[in-house]
Design a protein around this ligand. Structure first.
Ligand SMILES: *[C@@H]1O[C@H](CO)[C@@H](O)[C@H](O)[C@H]1NC(C)=O
Ligand SMILES: *[C@@H]1O[C@H](CO)[C@@H](O)[C@H](O)[C@H]1NC(C)=O
Ligand SMILES: *[C@@H]1O[C@H](CO)[C@@H](O)[C@H](O)[C@H]1NC(C)=O
Ligand SMILES: *[C@@H]1O[C@H](CO)[C@@H](O)[C@H](O)[C@H]1NC(C)=O
Ligand SMILES: *[C@@H]1O[C@H](CO)[C@@H](O)[C@H](O)[C@H]1NC(C)=O
Ligand SMILES: *[C@@H]1O[C@H](CO)[C@@H](O)[C@H](O)[C@H]1NC(C)=O
Length: 792
């Protein structure tokens, strides 16, 4: 007995199908859409088509709204419109002429509305028209369909099929025709025409009294997809297959939503086996109770590929050998049994033609195909989502599969703990998918030596062992979502060009990575907890210098440590060379110090800073001494009338002319001359200061020689600072030879100022004037010196 499946479920499956097809058509027209503008206003509760849509819209999705009416003005302002999706609305009436201004319109989806009538109009560029699941009863009679020369897809569903309803549709050379007939209430035998379409999709009626399949005549159709097959239609289907013209073009047959028993299905399979069909898909055949003994004639078939999916086999026996034999001994190139709950599969009993085997989403264990040498032609084996546990055992299975290139064992329970001794892989295996298992780093000790592409995503890998054998052909590795704390080195993978290490625990790439992984062209290292430090700059540089394409850069690359920069993108993380390079830092400090010292010394010399410092020091000492002694004592200390300061070069004049003329024989005028009144044990400077302090006045003999002598300036400076001679009258300048102002260095501004005031006595060359000169000079230094008076 076949079960009556839930109608609503079926409806949604059909919708899914239409949706998938629609997507497929979009994919086809994608190049057209490349520069297009998509406006998606689906699921908005819209009651009318929105106004002011972007004029350049090429794709407009208005599905799942409450639109009940379409107007010519709704779309006339969208001259570029190519794709219009209006499915799942409340539209009752449609005049196709409203699209007369949309010259580019190619794709129109009006499925799941409430259309009762359709006013026809040829839309010349239309390729895809879906008016299925509406409220009209019969097929719209549109002679204009015949004028739509570009039409490739046409979809509709009806409740009545009458003679000559298909008059305008059947001749169309379509690519795909979709007929939703599940709600058929009126049908007369013979009302179905011969179709001229490549792909014919039919949802069969619930009412199996309508023998639609018996009337189905196909000639050029290559691909037939039948859905909603009730047990009463199985005989019709068998008849259809048995009477299939051997010269018919049909190659692909797909049956889905099948409600029948095992025996019915095996009969259909046998009928297909003996037909000219090459590709056969059975999907969603619900639960099938499989008997212990199965009779099937495996000889002579055109079939190349069989797919059975979403079909669960239930058996009363733990090892339904006949079921396994049925499939294993099929002499075809490709077999897929998916989502079927299989717990085992036998090795083919003869040398098998299988090139492709897929058993995804079953319950196969490590025992599958062990020691099986009849699969020598197998190139691809898919064992995704099964119960495989031991990698080594699976490797032994492949060792018999001499042609095996691709093996998918993702989403199993695989583990490996050994050191590689017990692994033995098929010698031609180059691509291996081990993602979503429980493997640790030791998996690298158990891999096919010629492997080129390896997927180890979502395992338990903490590190890659160093002592593994070289995988010299490995080009591509996916290690995403593991627990690696380091970017691995590539010492053992010399050909590696693509590495995915996304979502691991990589803090810093090791120096070994930079060293050995120069062959890598593309790296995905996003979503790792990077430590943003000096060391990471080398990694950032790789991207910035274009040495490496970082997938997901910059969004997926963020700092995690230290916490103050957490969440900052790596491309926004900058740290100066100076902070990072200690050698650089030390050398820069050193260089800076040397420069500062040099500049300071230069400035000192240039501006005679030491001279000033010396002067200031002396001045401070004098001030100090004066401060310590009482003012009235000052004059009491005076022992000389004058101190004479002069340049060595002028000493002749001083010693032979000046001093003899000033010092009288009675000794009433005493001159302090530091050479003559030298106190042993005192420095020259000390003696000079002594002289100045003990003299009432200071006479300076000015000549160009004087100006050149540092000592002289010093004496002048000091005399000027002396408290006794603070008054400028106490300084007597004798201009022996004229001095041009320019030869006086800038720093001797005291001398400059004095000269400028012209308060000097000029030595007259004429003998007659000299008498006055001496008188003047003597008067200037004449004073009563107390102790001298006492002495005399
Ligand atoms: C429009 O958006 C919906 C989700 O709101 C989505 O399902 C649909 O695929 C989108 N349509 C297109 C054409 O992208
Ligand atoms: C849209 O239609 C649905 C179903 O017909 C209805 O429940 C809903 O209230 C309508 N929404 C608006 C905004 O008209
Ligand atoms: C299997 O099919 C191949 C051709 O596809 C044929 O050569 C071979 O003899 C067949 N083997 C059996 C056992 O039928
Ligand atoms: C796997 O197969 C079972 C039936 O054996 C099915 O119920 C389940 O949905 C399938 N899972 C996937 C992911 O297809
Ligand atoms: C930092 O140093 C690297 C090389 O060590 C150099 O390429 C880069 O230009 C330097 N950056 C700055 C800002 O000086
Ligand atoms: C530090 O800087 C010096 C001078 O610029 C350079 O030669 C050296 O390579 C740098 N060292 C590092 C580790 O960047």
């Amino acid at each position: 007995m076949c079960t009556m499946a839930n109608r609503i479920t079926l409806g949604s499956q059909n919708f899914l199908k239409v949706f998938v097809l629609t997507v497929a058509i979009w994919n086809n027209s994608q190049p057209l859409m490349e520069n297009g503008l998509t406006t998606n206003d689906s699921h908005r509760f819209l009651a009318t088509v929105p106004q002011k849509l972007p004029a350049l819209t090429t794709l407009l999705d208005l599905s799942h709204n409450n639109i009940s009416e379409l107007l010519i003005s709704d779309f006339s302002s969208l001259p570029k419109l190519q794709v219009l999706i209006l499915s799942h609305n409340l539209i009752k009436f449609l005049d196709l002429s409203i699209f007369q201004y949309n010259k580019d319109l190619e794709h129109l989806d009006l499925s799941h509305n409430r259309l009762q009538t359709l006013a026809c109009h040829p839309i010349v560029h239309l390729k895809h028209l879906d008016i299925s699941y509406n409220h009209y009863v019969a097929i719209p009679m549109c002679p204009e369909f015949g004028k739509m020369k570009n039409l490739e897809y046409l979809g509709f569903s009806v409740r009545k099929i009458q003679q000559s309803d298909f008059r305008y549709i059947a001749p169309l050379p379509l690519k795909t025709l979709f007929l939703g007939l599940e709600d058929l209430v009126e049908y007369n035998s013979g009302n179905l025409p011969m179709f001229n379409t490549d792909t014919l999709q039919i949802i069969l009626p619930w009412n199996s009294d309508f023998h639609v399949l018996l009337d189905l005549a196909i000639n050029s159709t290559v691909n037939l997809e039948l859905s909603n097959i009730q047990d009463k239609q199985i005989n019709d289907l068998r008849t259809f297959l048995l009477h299939l013209n051997k010269n018919a073009a049909l190659l692909h047959l797909s049956l889905s939503n099948i409600h029948c028993e095992w025996n019915d299905l095996i009969n259909i399979l046998q009928a297909v086996w003996k037909s000219t069909i090459q590709y056969f898909v059975i999907s969603n055949a619900a639960h099938l109770e499989v008997p212990n003994t199965i009779h099937f004639d495996h000889t002579e078939t055109s079939l190349k590929a069989l797919t059975v999916k979403q079909t669960t086999f239930t058996t009363f026996f733990s090892a339904p050998t006949d079921l396994y034999r049925l499939f294993a001994d099929m002499n075809i190139t490709a077999l897929t049994i998916a989502d079927a709950g299989l717990i085992h599969m036998l090795c083919p009993s003869q040398y098998s033609s299988f090139n492709y085997l897929s058993f995804s989403n079953n319950s196969l264990t490590d025992t599958v195909f062990q020691g099986c040498d009849n699969l020598a032609l197998l190139e691809s084996l898919i064992l995704q989502k099964n119960q495989l546990k031991h990698l080594a055992e699976v490797s032994l299975m492949t060792s018999y599969m001499k042609s095996l290139k691709y093996l998918d064992m993702s989403k199993n329970l695989l583990q490996y703990k050994g050191n590689g001794d017990n692994c033995n892989w098929g010698e031609n295996l180059i691509e291996l998918d081990l993602s979503f298992n429980m493997l640790s780093g030791s998996v690298f000790r158990c891999l096919p030596v010629r492997i080129q592409k390896l997927d180890l995503q979502s395992n338990n890998i903490l590190n890659i062992p160093k002592d593994i054998t070289e995988l010299g052909s490995l080009e591509e590795v996916n290690l995403a979502s593991n627990k690696l704390s380091d970017l691995p080195g590539c010492g053992q993978f010399r050909s590696l060009t693509l590495l995915n290490i996304e979502m691991n625990s990589v803090v810093l790439p090791s120096s070994e990575f930079y060293h050995s992984c120069q062959g890598i062209k593309e790296l995905n290292a996003g979503h790792n907890p990077f430590k943003c430090s000096c060391e990471l700059r080398q990694f950032i540089n790789l991207e910035e210098q274009g040495l490496l394409k970082l997938v997901g850069w910059p969004e997926a690359y963020m700092c995690w440590y230290p916490e103050n920069v957490r969440g900052r993108r790596l491309n926004n993380f900058h740290i100066s060379n100076l902070t990072c390079n200690r050698t650089l830092l030390v050398s820069i400090i050193l260089i800076a110090s040397i420069v500062i010292a040099a500049v300071a010394s230069f400035l000192c010399v240039r501006f005679h800073v030491p001279w000033y410092l010396k002067m200031i020091w002396q001045w401070i000492q004098v001030k100090h001494r004066i401060w310590k002694s009482k003012p009235e004592d000052m004059l009491r200390n005076v022992q000389f009338h004058a101190f004479v300061s002069y340049s060595e070069h002028d000493s002749d004049w001083v010693k032979n002319v000046l001093i003899p003329n000033l010092e009288k024989e009675d000794g009433s005028i005493q001159i302090c001359q530091h050479e003559r009144n030298f106190v042993a044990g005192k420095s020259i400077l000390g003696n000079i200061i002594d002289c100045i302090e003990k003299s009432y006045k200071s006479i300076f003999v000015l000549t160009p020689n004087f100006v050149q002598s540092e000592w002289c300036h010093y004496e002048l400076y000091f005399a000027d600072q002396n408290l006794l001679s603070k008054d400028h009258d106490r300084l007597i300048l004798v201009l022996l030879e004229s001095i041009p102002t320019y030869i006086i260095p800038e720093r001797y501004h005291k001398l400059k100022a004095l000269m400028a005031r012209r308060t000097y006595l000029e030595w007259p060359k004429e003998r007659s004037k000299q008498g006055l000169f001496w008188a003047n000079l003597r008067a200037a230094i004449q004073v009563k010196i107390p102790h001298l008076e006492n002495d005399f």
